[in-house]
Design a protein around this ligand. Sequence first.
Ligand code: GTR
Length: 427
Amino acid sequence: MKYVWLVILFACTSVAQAQPAGFNYDESKVPDYELPELLQTNAGNPVTTAADWQKVRRSEILEMFRTHVYGRVPEDAVTKMVRVIQEESDEALGGTAVRRQVRLYLKAQGEEPFIDVLIYLPKSRVEEGKSTPIFTGLNFNGNHSITTEEEVPVHQKWARNDARVGHRNNRASESSRGATAHRWQVELLIKSGFGLATAYYGDIDPDYDDGWENGVHGLFGSSKNLKADDWGSIATWAWGLSRMMDYFEQDDDIDHRRVAVTGLSRLGKTSLWAGAEDERFAIVISTDSGCGGAALSRRMFGETVKRINTSFPHWFCDNFVKYNDREHRLPVDQHMLVALMAPRPVYIASAVEDVWADPKGEFLSGREANPVYKLFARRGTIELEQPAINTPIGDFIGYHMRTGGHDANEYDWEQYIKFARRHFEMD
Ligand code: GTR
């Protein structure tokens, strides 16, 4: 008995220690707040039909997120993308998959920036000439980090130093080959009838504050004079996902109408913003996306707007800084971001030990998006209370909170696969 308590005490202490100090982790200290109205236009008119939502309210909300949170894609952001297949094999993953590595040049062939997309597809489907539904998303450490297959090269771009994967001097190395394979579960995907297409997020915009010069920020117009509502890095990463989608539309082996976009943490904020900006993504999934992702900002639980703007000044547009310590003044909150996915299926995943990301706030933004799904006669989260651990819920708005900490793992993927198979009518 004593031992059990010691274990519980140890688990609680290590959870508490894993979170940055000086922030609120106490539910009773969440301030009273009122969420901005979803179903009322900026002019004060009620939104009562799906058509009202699509024609008026959706674009109002999208514009508010562009102006105040993520920033706007520049008008001249059009590329004549050149795609070059770098490598292909139909003997991947022990002969079960086709692997394709495609380079998308955004400016001109042979020049940076380019996005290297790593694709795996079930071999049997490719051989039968059938297009395959896929999951897509950006990875943190390079395509080589999601697989042990040596044909996937280590990227030569800027890398965040990270002792856990052995990245030093802002360079990636062989040390991270396969290091985060558990976050992608490619074998499970292939077995379940899906493909995977992923790219390194640093191919689009390196993840540091350089005064908006590197990555695609330098590609269009003047990078030096970005306005307060011009795109931050999350918006560039989301834009990069859309360029990948442009490619999927041209690859006959990919079913571009059944693409689920997903991402972990900052890349979960990215998958949500990509799904909001680009309705070609048929399902949108975020894992542990937290502040600026699925978590309601007004709760100020765990990471806050001020903290995120201070630690990562390049993620959001400059206007977002106005809401440091003034979350209640934001014209939007993150339930409105979730609602921008309607009527498409959206899935929000939390992890119980990831208190920094505010699991309850992630659930609530899904729940509060329900009225928009209702306009489309679709059922959202169904349950109105946050479910028990490891109990997935929801129809068109899926949610679970699994055991463990900040990561994406097999449990998460098993739920995403079930959710996608149901909505893509694969069962
Ligand atoms: C943290 C940040 C979170 C989350 C995370 C990640 O440091 O505070 O918002 O995005 O990084 O992306 O791993």
